[in-house]
Design a protein around this ligand. Structure first.
Ligand code: PMV
Length: 315
């Protein structure tokens, strides 16, 4: 029997996280080295309910209707069925697998939503376009993230580098040469929704101070885009350092993230910063050619739970 399969990459925010929730631009690229995958196939019997969701990575094997209403896979399936106007779907099974670590700033939730909605809509004979897929993933992000900016679903659904600002037409960017990132994992998952809520509280308590930092990050992101487009990687590195400093001012860094970013700089990185929600999760280091192995080694010596070296092409 035909199975429909779809995959979606992880993502890395190069610059602009948190400020992007307040209307500033941010830069993000897909991370194809890690992927979420969804396989949808027909079930021969609907004894266990017409829709079954299986995700061995999170020990899930359940009829859809038995999942809590705010479960993110239930929300994805229902959003696709609603979008397609299907009230009584055929009996089917959706199987999710993913190599993207959860709650660590690599976009695992959005990638699962994108892969699942692509595979499901294709199985139902009406493959949805990228824009709809992105909108569905955005709605689902809201359940757990509260006020997402929309950058994760956008970069993952369109699978291209994005210069993203809420409410603006999607812009991509190109860079003349590929560059190398070493991604270091603190080993501590950090739910983005909680950090975003803390920043919101800080902004409410001290609006002028937070607003000034958001603006500074927005300006930095515009300069970083130009540096990327000109292939000026040392300048980009200095901007990543500066972005990390501004994220510290928003209190979204952590001792581990500060320690790992410093270790990366000392190992020869052009620059380093936390990436994503912060407080845990991942950091990134921009590596000169030939330095990635040493940076990864130093990150591991400094306590990183793991590293991933990846070559980013924005052509
Ligand atoms: O932690 P992640 O990878 O989901 O990234 C969150 C980025 C934020 O700017 C902090 C939140 C958002 O919705 O843009």
């Amino acid at each position: 029997m035909t199975a429909f399969t779809a995959s979606a990459p992880g993502k890395i925010i190069l610059a602009g996280e948190h400020a992007v929730v307040y209307g500033q631009p941010a830069l993000a690229v897909p991370l194809p080295a890690v992927q979420a995958r969804a396989v949808v196939r027909a079930l021969l019997s609907d004894q266990e309910g017409p829709l079954r969701v299986i995700a061995p990575g999170i020990d899930l094997d359940s009829p859809l209707r038995e999942l809590p209403p705010d479960h993110h896979l239930r929300a994805v399936v229902n959003a696709v069925l609603e979008e397609l106007g299907i009230r009584q779907p055929p009996s089917l099974e959706i199987r999710i697998s993913s190599t993207i670590p959860i709650s660590s700033g690599l976009g695992s939730g959005a990638a699962v939503s994108v892969a699942a909605s692509r595979a499901l809509s294709a199985f139902l004979g009406k493959p949805l376009p990228d824009q709809k897929i992105s909108e569905i993933a955005f709605e689902v992000e809201k359940i757990h993230h509260g006020t997402p900016s929309g950058i994760d679903n956008t970069v993952i659904a369109y699978q291209q580098p994005v210069f993203y600002a809420q409410g603006h037409k999607l812009e991509t960017f190109t860079c003349p040469e590929a560059f190398t990132l070493v991604i270091g994992d603190t080993g501590h998952p950090s739910p983005t929704g909680r950090v975003v809520a803390d920043v919101r509280q800080g902004w409410k308590d001290q609006p002028a101070r937070y607003q000034a930092v958001f603006r500074e990050i927005g300006d930095l992101v515009r300069t970083a885009r130009s540096a990327l487009e000109e292939g000026n990687l040392p300048q980009l590195g200095a901007l990543l350092d500066e972005n990390h400093r501004l994220l510290q001012q928003l209190e979204v860094s952590s001792p581990e993230l500060d320690h790992l970013t410093q270790a990366a700089r000392e190992a020869g990185a052009w620059g380093a910063k936390l990436s994503g929600g912060g407080r845990g999760g991942q950091m990134i280091a921009l590596s000169p050619a030939g330095a990635a192995e040493e940076i990864a080694h130093q990150l591991e010596s400094a306590g990183a739970a793991g590293t991933l070296t990846t070559c980013i092409r924005c052509t």
